[in-house]
Design a binder for this molecule. Sequence first.
Ligand SMILES: [Fe+2]
Length: 301
Amino acid sequence: MTIQSLGYIGVNSTQLDQWRDFACDVMGLQDVSSDLGDAHTQFYKMDYHPYRLFVQHSAHDGLAVCGWETNNQQGLDEVAAALTEADVAFEWADQLLISKRRVQNLLSFTDPAGNQHEAYWGVVSDFKAFNSPQGVPGFVTADQGLGHVVLPAPNFSETAQFFTEILGFGLSDLMKLRFTPDPEEPIKRLWFMHCNRRHHSLGLLEIPHPAGCIHVMTEVNAIDEVGRCNDRRIAADIKLSGTLGRHANDHMVSFYMQSPAGFDIEYGAEGRTVDDWSRYEVFESTVPSFWGHDFSVGQQD
Ligand SMILES: [Fe+2]
């Protein structure tokens, strides 16, 4: 598999100050913008990578890009070859973008649903320890990447096929959803896919979304850190989108909150990993969670 993990995400923001408060005060990420950023771009660190999240000033709020990590130039060349063979347009980055992303080489492409992606290799790291302003001891990253992202994919079949057949993601599990009790409402498909031992790094949901993203998940090392983040969320008056619960697919204990970009951040712990996907049985869930995760709170004013 050429794509190894979700390496970074980029966000568009009309109000950079809101993101600084949210990322540092609530999520507990380390602001490294004074080292890496400029007046229009903020960078946030979660681990030994130079950053895992960047936020750039924009005329609109939403997800800008998902950055997918490959091991080396050969891995990136394999991504380029797969895109070429499938007749999918992509662009090799110029030196300016490569140095801005702090990688060795990078290419950009768009998936069939219009979501923007980058693939790269070779992050530039000074190996400074992660130092959370909120005392978060650490996030679960390394070979599992920064977490997972769930993207809108109204043209579902085409988009799911793109990730599984062209980019080599494996299907982990799936759901078929209706958002109302109306049996006439068309079913929306939700697929969860893996590219490493994290249960899923990518989800696709068969709806459009104005923020270009349903949610991004970050995982901390202990359940107490999930509770502490929820305390900080309450103190900062950040809207809860989904109550605490444990997911049936990745076993994550998490809650959801609304980021300043209009998509949710899922903040969790105790996610499971799968070491041997050849022995894993793909399944369909009829419920998202063993318990909790009441998403109706997000619909209330
Ligand atoms: Fe999630």
